[in-house]
Design a protein around this ligand. Structure first.
Ligand code: DAH
Length: 356
């Protein structure tokens, strides 16, 4: 051990020079570990004193301690300098000119789909509908079979379904929640179901994910007249017009009988589409009286209870109301588009305070 001590003593000037010339904090740290770490040379020397006589220890200890202090001080001093240098460099490169005009913060807005869902929900809430939700990953039974769309029914092809393993699929419409709600809850039912739906389709008027709002009203003595009134009142409130001509055009959906598609009157000028002015018709949703087979599939006595259902595309209604021309823009995440068509998050639609 004495040899070792001598060895270090003789190397000390070189070591101190090495420390002073170090350019990296990491290199200093390596030296510190080599000499002062748990198994460092100096540490081992200090440990070796346990076996020495008092006499030996006195001189040896003094020498080792001196070495330790010198090396520690040299490393600390150099490290302080390097840290300071690094900070100075950062301050030089990261300076900010406080006299420049500040960048204004871009405030977040509500996406037009959220805005449309909030407006539509508010209108139906005012008519006593509550909001129901259901899974987006669904099975054949709830998305198709129970809605009177059996395995080889042509309507299945029209849905361009994304199939998943284990007979699961991404729901192609929010109608699945009709089945789930009627199975889980007790009648009467008066719900709307906003949510995402998925179809394998992409062009100017289709995106693989879009939003629908389903409606369901099952009670005693519900007729097509109730359906017609509800939809007409909804459309007037949504488009904020006192009068909108509405046409119920016979159509076909497997889960309703009779079924209809709803058209509203509109007028097209060169640049505008004016809703509510009679000129041509625009399709806005599907609807009908709930098919007896659907009621049977959820064990509801169709003699006592009956009702209607409807389904609408949220993006489509948003496009018509807010004057958006390309569906794909909804999902391009272009901040300019969002700030133009979005709304302030605190602007909550209300039937009394104003919808939009
Ligand atoms: N599920 C239909 C679709 O996705 C929309 C629809 C039409 C829903 C008529 C309904 C309805 O509840 O009665 O095309």
């Amino acid at each position: 051990m004495k040899d070792c001590l001598h060895d270090i003593k003789s190397r000390l000037p070189k070591l101190l020079e090495q420390i002073i010339l170090s350019e990296q904090i990491k290199a200093l740290e390596d030296l510190r570990i080599e000499y002062l770490g748990k198994n460092g040379t100096i540490t081992l020397l200090l440990k070796s004193m346990a076996d020495m006589t008092d006499e030996e220890r006195r001189n040896f200890g003094k020498d080792v301690n001196e070495l330790k202090v010198q090396i520690t001080e040299a490393i600390d001093a150099r490290k302080d300098l390097l840290v300071q240098e690094e900070l100075n460099n950062r301050l030089k490169s990261e300076w900010v000119d406080l006299s420049l005009p500040a960048k204004t913060y871009r405030r977040g807005v509500l996406h037009p789909v959220s805005r449309a869902i909030a407006e539509i929900s508010e209108i139906f809430a005012s008519m006593g509908f509550s909001i129901a939700e259901g899974p987006e990953i669904e099975d054949d039974f709830h998305n198709f079979d129970a809605l009177n769309i059996p395995q080889h029914h042509p309507a299945r092809q029209m849905h361009d379904t994304f199939y998943m393993p284990n007979s699961l699929l991404l729901r192609t419409h929010t109608s699945n929640v009709q089945i789930r709600h009627m199975t889980d809850e007790q009648p009467p039912f008066r719900i709307i179901v906003p949510g995402r739906v998925y179809r394998y389709d992409y062009d100017a008027t289709h995106t693989p994910m879009f939003h629908q709002i389903e409606g369901l009203y099952i009670d005693r003595n519900i007729t097509m007249a109730n359906l017609k009134w509800t939809i007409t009142e909804f459309l007037k409130a949504f488009f904020e017009r006192d009068h909108i001509p509405v046409r119920f055009r016979p159509s076909y959906f497997p889960f309703t009988e009779p079924s209809a598609e709803v058209d509203i009157a509109c007028k097209r000028t060169k640049n505008d589409l004016i809703i509510g002015e009679e000129d041509s018709w625009l399709e806005v949703m599907g609807c009908g009286m709930t098919h007896p087979n659907v009621l049977k599939n959820v064990s509801i006595d169709g003699k006592n209870l009956q009702g209607f259902a409807f389904g609408m595309g949220v993006e489509r209604l948003a496009m018509l109301k807010y004057g958006i021309s390309d569906l794909r823009d909804f999902y391009s995440s272009d901040f300019r588009w969002l700030s133009h068509y979005g709304t302030k998050p605190l602007k909550i639609p209300s039937m009394t305070g104003g919808l939009s």
